[in-house]
Design a protein around this ligand. Structure first.
Ligand SMILES: [Zn+2]
Length: 891
């Protein structure tokens, strides 16, 4: 009989920042790496160390010890240090689809600078796993993943576990919605099941008896995996000795200090035929519901909003600007990589989830700012290059042409403000004051200003402001050029196709007057051909969809509840009351837009100023969330919401902007959308997936709440209508079990981190000004309208771009569509120009049906389909897409 093999993999799970600030963890990382190098040198039996699947740790170490680079390279090449394949260990759900892909791309690229990455998708601590993991890993060349959460292992003798999220063994097949499959390894006894192995014989005997039984309970084969390490665990220096002792004590087993590669090779060879198959996302659906950690999606909402802003900048502004300007080269790509990697450093699960101590977040905000500045700089350069290529010769020489660009995947007609420079005086030609006076006089004397298109047709516009101000140019080959310039701020709302641009021009002495829509009435009603939105004096919002003739009464309310939980978990205070804003509105104002209307008002309620005193005791005594009983304070303070409702012409979508000044503690504020749909399931945008989730919880569920993650939208469907709720950086929602209500969290304010002790986090109370953006699209329930609404929710996160041009003949048409997609089922996530010249367009099939899609760049169909490593695939560009297929077209 052959011996059972025990594969011991040494590792340390490295949260870069968490219950201490970044540098505190960082300094311990330096110690860990120094210790490892010593051990590699002094103990030839120490096989190897798994560096937690993330390459950023290498940079972190070298930032402190740059002189150790050669030694680091040596140990990686010698196979002692096992690196990659990811750049950081992300939270799947709170970062964008593209950020998830870039994390693997940069991780593999960084790994290859030193050697080869470990061929294992590594998700040890991820707070739930995305449904498209199988397809994303397969497209990255990885066919095996290891993860810690989401599936309940039952053991082969256990007859009870036959659920969707149960697996007989710790090893299983994991399928994605497109049919992709990976081998999944669940850390059934956590990724610390072989930590701190005793050397002393008696202790070792006891330790192994327990640990081997635990592993064998779930293992599918005679290959047992023992993870020798845990969070920030120092390396076990006497491990070789401990393994020697184990081999002496247990002659029926062979204990091997090993690597994942060796374990996986053995495992694959020995796999039995009866592995369980699990499908789609793993979010601890079949548990008590208390420890899904999904409420991290509302911890420090400002972090999520900023992340959305920077992701949209890099993905939907900077990369497309570089694409249309045809402006990429190695140097630009390096800058873009720097921006992306800096952003990704905010995407580890303890960072983007907001579940860390306060000291962590100034650094997080700094990285957002860094990535944002680099993105803006690249965008400005690309747009200048683009503007120089736009043919503006159709306009008169006196006109001031500018281009408005829609880089989103939906048609848009929305007001955008552009500062048009109409004159300038260089400081070298005139003293600043004289130049200022001259420019101010110049701009004020301009008469009959208007906006025209390339066919000289007057366009709807508002002339907002005329002024002079200091500005400067930074030429590539000369010293900076300061000047005083004259500007006119104009608002325009050109009709733009998806992925298109249009050139307009500011002209003076125009014979026709600019047409402005003036506010027609003071009623609290917004109306277009599709929707009629009325607001009552108490803030009740009713919507009539004229197409479906469906009336939505009191469709949007604002709810406040007490929160006595922490950054990980929402726990409603014991009063168990939902307080809704219903006091009379103040300051109702209605305004006209160039293509719509906007209604503004304030809503004020008296709310408890905090939890009651018991919460402090419960926090300090480290009482588990489920056993807490604190209520809300009796002291009430006024809490004001400023609400803006916007309805554009030709849209079936109401836009909502809510802002306020948060002056109370221990609470959660939500926007609650109410319908009469009674739906059994709902749809939400996840990672490369519009995921269908049930509204009813599992039998095992004990948590009265059922928080879920979203990217840009969540949708609820009735028999002949649906509502798609869009958002900007509001990642948490909840649908009630009756399938009538969608609640989106605007703000969640708690005073402690949670997890394994008491870590006060006063800044997670999110005091001060806040803002939240939502939208409600009312559809007729048809798939086409729903898909358009999905795309619109995605596109609403993308701002229009603009750039001023000179008067000249050039190669690019003044108006053009650069990218077309003939099927609304295909959502576009990336449009990139590589330095090598190829154009990549990536997207995914949002539906559960096969779809035919033709994507054309500059009127041409794609040359090929590539995988996520940009390697050519066998599949042809014109083949039908599988349900939920992710596809990258190369032109
Ligand atoms: Zn972790």
């Amino acid at each position: 009989m052959s011996k059972k093999k025990v594969y011991i993999v040494s590792h340390s799970h490295w949260d870069r920042e968490w219950y201490m600030g970044f540098e505190h963890h960082h300094m311990r990382l330096v110690q860990l790496m120094d210790d490892l190098f010593d051990l590699f040198k002094n103990d030839p039996d120490f096989h190897s160390f798994h560096l937690d699947g993330q390459t950023v740790i290498l940079d972190d170490y070298l930032a402190v010890r740059p002189e150790k680079r050669a030694e680091l390279e040596h140990w990686i090449k010698a196979g002692k240090l096992k690196i990659g394949p990811f750049y950081i260990l992300q939270d799947d759900f709170l970062i964008s689809s593209e950020a998830n892909v870039r994390n693997t791309q940069y991780g593999i690229k960084e790994s290859k600078k030193y050697g080869q990455p470990v061929p294992l998708g590594y998700f040890p601590d991820t707070f739930g796993n995305m449904g498209q993991t199988a397809q994303m890993m397969q497209l990255s060349g990885l066919d095996t993943v290891a993860f810690g959460r989401g599936v309940t292992p039952t053991g082969f003798n256990n007859q009870t576990g036959q659920g969707e999220y149960d697996s007989t063994y710790s090893e299983m097949w994991w399928d994605g919605p497109d049919g992709s499959r990976v081998l999944g390894i669940l850390f059934a006894n956590w990724y610390s099941n072989g930590n701190e192995i005793p050397v002393e014989r008696q202790a070792a005997q006891k330790y192994w008896q327990q640990k081997l039984a635990d592993a064998e309970k779930f293992a599918a084969t005679d290959d047992l995996l023992m993870m020798n390490g845990v969070d920030h665990q120092p390396v076990q220096k006497d491990l070789s000795q401990a393994i020697k002792v184990a081999n002496e004590l247990f002659p029926d087993y062979e204990f091997i200090h090993s690597s994942f590669e060796e374990y996986i090779t053995a495992l694959k060879k020995d796999l039995p035929k009866d592995l369980s198959t699990i499908s789609g996302e793993l979010t601890s659906q079949a548990t008590s519901g208390w420890y899904t950690l999904a409420n991290t999606s509302s911890a420090r909402v400002y972090i999520k909003q900023k992340n959305t802003e920077v992701q949209r900048l890099l993905e939907n502004i900077t990369e497309p600007a570089i694409l249309i300007a045809d402006g990429n080269n190695e140097s630009n790509q390096d800058r873009l990589d720097f921006a992306w990697k800096t952003l990704l450093q905010n995407h580890p699960h303890d960072s983007i989830c907001g579940c860390s101590v306060d000291e962590v977040f100034p650094g997080v905000m700094h990285r957002f700012e860094t990535a944002s500045q680099v993105g803006q700089d690249l965008t400005q350069n690309a747009l200048a290059k683009f503007a120089a290529q736009i043919d503006t010769s159709k306009f008169s020489a006196k006109a001031h042409p500018f281009v408005v660009i829609n880089t989103s995947e939906s048609p848009k007609q929305e007001e955008v403000v552009i500062s048009v420079k109409v004159n300038q005086r260089l400081f070298k030609d005139s003293a600043p004051q004289a130049a200022y006076d001259e420019m101010l006089a110049y701009v004020n004397e301009l008469k009959d200003l208007a906006i025209i298109d390339e066919d000289k047709q007057i366009q709807p516009a508002k002339i907002l402001r005329r002024y002079a101000r200091f500005n400067y140019d930074l030429p590539d080959d000369k010293f900076r050029v300061p000047y005083m310039a004259a500007y006119v701020d104009v608002a325009v709302a050109p009709k733009l196709a998806a992925f298109s641009w249009k050139t307009l021009a500011l002209v003076s002495d125009c014979p026709q007057v600019v047409k402005e829509n003036l506010c027609q009435d003071t009623q609290a009603i917004l109306e277009n051909a599709r929707l009629k939105v009325s607001v009552t004096p108490n803030g009740k919002i009713d919507v009539l969809d004229k197409k479906t003739n469906k009336q939505y009464t009191d469709v949007l309310r604002f709810e406040d509840t007490g929160d006595i939980g922490n950054e990980y978990i929402y726990k409603r205070s014991s009063d168990n009351k939902r307080l809704f804003f219903k006091a009379p509105l103040k300051k109702m104002v209605k305004d006209s837009l160039l293509n719509g209307q906007v209604l503004r008002y304030s809503h004020e309620e008296l709310l408890p100023q905090s939890a009651d005193e018991r919460l402090v005791y419960e926090q300090q005594a480290v009482i588990d969330i489920t056993n807490r009983t604190a209520g809300r304070s009796q002291k009430l303070v006024p809490f004001k919401l400023d609400v803006e409702l916007k309805l554009l012409d030709d849209e079936n979508r109401l836009q909502i902007n809510v802002s306020g000044d948060n002056n109370i503690l221990d609470h959660r504020l939500r926007a609650v959308v109410t319908t009469d749909f009674g739906a059994t399931e709902h749809f939400a945008e996840s990672i490369y997936e519009v995921v269908k989730r049930p509204n009813k919880v599992a039998k095992t569920w004990e948590n009265p709440e059922n928080p879920q993650h979203q990217q840009s939208f969540v949708a609820l469907k009735g028999t002949d209508a649906s509502i798609v709720v869009g958002n900007f950086g509001l990642n948490e929602y909840e649908v009630d079990q009756n399938g009538n209500e969608i609640a989106v969290t605007l703000l969640r304010c708690v005073g402690e981190m949670g997890d394994w002790g008491y870590f006060p986090t006063p800044q997670a109370q999110c005091q001060g000004p806040f803002n939240a953006q939502l939208s409600l699209a009312f559809t007729d329930g048809s798939q086409v309208e729903e898909l358009m609404a999905y795309k619109q929710a995605r596109s609403a996160q993308v701002k229009l771009l603009s750039v001023q041009s000179q008067h000249h003949a050039a190669t690019l048409a003044p108006s053009a569509t650069y990218l077309s997609v003939d099927n609304p089922a295909f959502a576009i996530t990336a449009t990139q120009k590589l330095p090598s010249g190829e154009v990549l367009v990536r997207g995914y099939n949002m539906t559960a049906q096969a779809q035919d899609v033709v994507v054309k760049y500059q009127g041409q169909e794609a040359d090929s389909v590539v995988d996520l490593n940009n390697a050519k695939m066998v599949v042809a560009p014109n083949t039908t897409l599988r349900p939920a297929e992710i596809r990258t077209y190369q032109f």
